[in-house]
Design a protein around this ligand. Sequence first.
Ligand code: HEC
Ligand code: HEC
Ligand code: HEC
Length: 400
Amino acid sequence: MRGLLLALALTLWGGAASAADAASVERGRYLAAAGNCVSCHTRPGGEPFAGGLGLQTPLGLLHTTNITPDAETGIGLWSLEDFRRAMRQGIAADGSYLFPAFPYTAYTRMSDEDIADLFAWLQGLAPVRYTPPENGLVFSIRWPMMAWNALFLEEGPQSPDPAQSAEWNRGAYLVQGPGHCGACHTPRNVLLAEDPAHALQGGVMTGEVAPGLQRPWFAVNLRNVKHGLATWTPKDLTTYFSKGYSMRGASFGPMNEVITNSLSQLRTEDQKAIATYLKSLGGAEYAGPVVSAAEAEAGAGIYKKHCAECHQANGRGNFLKAPALAGNAVVQGESSASLINVILHSPALAQSLRYGAWEEMPAFGKKLSDDQAAALTNYLRGSWGNRAAPVRAEQVAAQR
Ligand code: HEC
Ligand code: HEC
Ligand code: HEC
């Protein structure tokens, strides 16, 4: 009898434990999506999470690692403690320092429980035997990162702000922690650390405009200011997160993968929480030089001829064709890099992103000279209440 009871107790206990494990693994799967691990840790055509993607950094090409649980080439022999140290302090299991192209400066804010769930899920993936390519020599010198971390790493986890709602805190956590939005949307200082004084005010990065063609991009100002997200309602934001487009703007370039692999996979309440948090962020309105009336006028004819059909003469966009360019964050970007890319190379949508009835915007690089494209850009940046600095023809030429 006693043996039977013991067996029963053990079975029940085991059942509860494995249900808890399954729930933890499921939460981990969700966190991996929120953290967009797959976009960086998968090379083109390679197995998901096996690494090998080359990231363009100012120091050269840095390859992502294999984070499948293969014992030899992945993280199969890592303990939870090893993993926690990597996520919180940017230190690998062998004690070497990782470079912050791996956004541990954001992941450090994740809770202990979330890191454990994520680890449980990763350890349950099928192991893939694959060794990523060697990095350049400069990446073999890792100890300076110790000093960098001392200067710039603000170790987590994040503590909630009791003055704010639970929804706001959830949004702040997702944006600053797993979502690592600042990795692209915050400008970096000379030592390539995110500048906390300008958090989410827009950052310049490098990425593809077409396969193999690297160009600068501007990840827009995400604050609730006129040259940021002021015209976006929370509903515009959640529509954009789930579908990749709204009347205020659509995803293109490096934001495509963030939408496809991460934001669109989130639960509606989490998308709402991010919108609530972003809409609460004030900031300084743009106060720099602006396009003059004469500079804007020079591009008016080009806009009427090539763009008004879809975006409308008043720049308000057309529900059936294209988003608004009036009050648009890409158009008014402190850097015009993304705006020029869109005009020259088209938004080049991923196949997975097809914007409802909207016909794809063509590339205008062959139709417009550098001078014409600059004039057009200035028309957009100086019309309909938009305010931004003028663009020169050389800036267009540099992005062809
Ligand atoms: C923006 C690109 C990027 C994203 C997103 C990203 N990683 Fe990485 N990760 C890297 C790079 C690059 C390295 C290698 C850094 C180095 O060699 O110094 C790396 C290294 C790692 C390592 C160290 C592995 C080892 O063998 O040393 C772990 C663990 C890791 N990432 C886990 C994750 C997890 C989990 C996620 C998602 C929550 C994630 N990464 C998302 C770029 C990324
Ligand atoms: C890999 C870099 C990268 C990351 C990470 C990233 N973004 Fe972006 N994002 C961009 C770029 C580049 C643009 C400008 C191009 C565009 O509008 O699609 C952009 C544009 C946007 C826009 C404005 C779209 C428009 O047309 O005005 C929103 C909103 C946005 N991102 C939200 C987010 C949020 C929220 C996160 C974090 C969960 C995030 N982004 C993470 C690169 C990134
Ligand atoms: C056939 C219709 C069409 C024409 C013509 C067209 N566009 Fe677009 N445009 C679109 C669509 C659809 C999008 C949304 C796709 C995207 O951004 O990923 C878009 C997006 C944009 C964006 C990005 C806005 C944002 O925040 O996401 C800019 C800037 C833009 N167009 C400028 C122009 C300019 C300038 C011209 C004329 C040279 C032009 N477009 C011509 C359909 C068009």
